[in-house]
Structure formats: C-alpha cells, structure tokens
Design a protein around this ligand. Sequence first.
Ligand SMILES: *Cc1c(COP(=O)(O)O)cnc(C)c1O
Length: 382
Amino acid sequence: MIPYGRHSVSTDDIETVVDVLQHQFLTQGQQVPAFEQALVQYTGGEYCIAVNSGTSALHIACLALGIGAGDLVWTVPNSFAASANCALYCGASIDFVDIDPITRNLCPKALEVKLNHCKAQGLDLPKAIVVVHFSGLACAMEHIAELARTYDIALIEDAAHGLGGRYPCGNKIGAGTYADFTTLSFHPVKSITTAEGGALMTNNQELAKRARLFASHGITKDPSELQNVNPQEPWVYQQQALGFNYRLSDIHAALGINQLKRLDQFITARLRIAQRYQAALSALPITLPILDTNSAWHLYVIELQSHDRAQVFNALRAAGVGVNVHYIPIHWHPYYSELGFEKGQFPNSETYYRHAISLPIFPALTHQEQDHVIDVLYKELA
Ligand SMILES: *Cc1c(COP(=O)(O)O)cnc(C)c1O
C-alpha cells in the first residue's frame, strides 16, 4: 500500500541518534537547545520551545496565554481534534468559524461576521483564535491578524502542516510575523520528524518564558526567575505554576536537527509531486487544491464533484493506494456533539469533508507510484 504520508529517515539520521545514545545525555542535554536554535534559524522566529508533541505545543500555547475556565477559544472544524482540544484542556470553551471552500482555511470574512455579530449581541468574544494552515497553505494572516488586533484577541497558528511553507509576504511560517504563538508537529507524516515531537515559536520573550515554564512542570531554577532566593542556597528550584512534563528528549531532538537540514529538499519534492498531480488530474471531474508554491504541501486533497466518495476511496485502497480523509469536522465527533454542536452548523467544512480524499504525497514518493495513483483515479473517475 502506498501511504498518504511517510517519513524519510537517512543513514545519517540514524547515526546521529546512535551517537546520542552512546555518548550524550538522553534528555536535558545539548541536543534540545541546539534543535530549538536550528528552528529559530530556519524560520526566522525569535524564540523556540521544543516539546514532546504538536498537541503539547497547542496546550502550552493556551496556558501561556492565560486561557482558563470562563474563556472562549475559536478554531476551524476542518482540522485535527487537537486544534480544539487544547482549549478544553485549559477549562475554556470552544467554538468554530467555518472555512473558505477554496483555501479550506479559516474564512476571514466569516470570522469578521462572527466577531461583529458577537459584539453587537453582547455575546462572549474569544480570548484566542487557533488558525490552521491546512495542508501547508498559509491562512489569510494579514486579514485575520488585523481582526485579532481590533478585537484584542490572541492568535495561535497551528502550523502542524506548515513548517517549510511561507506567507505571501515571503516570511517563513514560524517567523512570528502575525501570531503570538506558532505551533509545530514532528509526527512522522509532517514536514520533518522526531518520531513524536513538537515546538512553539514566538517573538514575545515573556510568552516564551511562560511556555518554557509550563512545558517543564512549572518549575524553574533560573536565578533571575526565583523568588526570595538566598545566594547561599544554589540548589534551589521553585514550582511557580502548575506545569507538565512535555519535554522533548535529546534522542528525538538529534533526529530533528538532522531532518531540518533536509527540510527544503523535502518541501521541493512535495511541491514537484503536487505540480505533477495538478497537471495529470486537471481533466477529471474533481476540484484540485490551489497550486501555491509557498505551501509546505503536507497534503494534496482532491474533492470529488459527482462520484460517491466512499466508493472511490475504497476502490483506491483496494488498488493499493493508501488514501485518507482530512478532516472529519471536529464538531461532528461524538465528544463535541455532547458539548452541543450539531451537523449543519459549519456547512463549508461539512461539504468539503463529504467530497475530500487525500492522495499520497511525501518526499520519497516515486513517479511510478504516483503514476499508479493517477491511473487508478482515471479508471474510477474518467
Ligand atoms: C498533527 C497535527 C496536530 C497534532 O500534532 P501531534 O504532534 O500529533 O500531537 C495538531 N494539529 C494538526 C492540524 C495536525 O495535523
């Protein structure tokens, strides 16, 4: 089965990890700070806090922004559940803003309408918005950031799909151009992998400090942070907040450092695959994604126009094509129904979902494999 996504691990990656196992600290050594520095260098962001998953990064971003009981967070239905769960972890409430059917990202117009409506009706406004650069394509950040400024709302970019992508202004996703935090994931299907892993990027020193505190038990031993410290007691550490152990290990970080060296190659390979699909599939009765050369191309999603999605999906799987579906709208999950969300509330996300199929796209996908995917699609759809 050709998977929809797959990591590329080189012998050099393996040797780097073995070196850590043989000669270095396994955790809290030099690899994690070096990985954080490499991410700062790559993205152009100022501060980086590496953590053990993209989900942890989202949770920590919410905590550092002071989100808690009584607060409201908005995100999009067309994402992985973690984009919404992070608010619930903090005791806050969640609501959604629909997507733009063309970009499949948060619709800035829908956001504006919803904000104006809530303000006019005296309803609660969100304390933070989690935007998702779906498939690696940057959201309309200029417009969204302007609305966030107007309404004094914090912005979190869930860039689990976005590392290696750029905004139209040319800055890299993660540069901190628009949001308070940008979160990354290093799960094996993402742009680079550490097996499990994630990171927060921010340009705000205070937020960076708070994020680091929450990611390591809320405990610090930084002399400049300690309260009422006695210089005769150099061993002192203090818990100053209720944090978590969300640290990344040095074994994982070493893999990340090495992977990051090949990130641009990975993104170029993904773009080539997207371009090849785009040229080959344009004659079929399907909606293709926007071919944006700034995208990180985490996913290549087609939308069927008249064919039955389940039938086509199952035919592709039967022919050895490991297609997938991204995403079941978050508010459709039983857990979210129990919170009061209903089908029909976010029609663009729901219509998109009913027709979407994610085709295989990953750096090592061969032309031969891709041609097989294309042939099967022609057999089913032409
Ligand atoms: C992968 C992903 C996450 C979660 O990342 P993990 O590292 O798996 O915890 C969050 N949001 C989106 C959009 C993702 O694709």
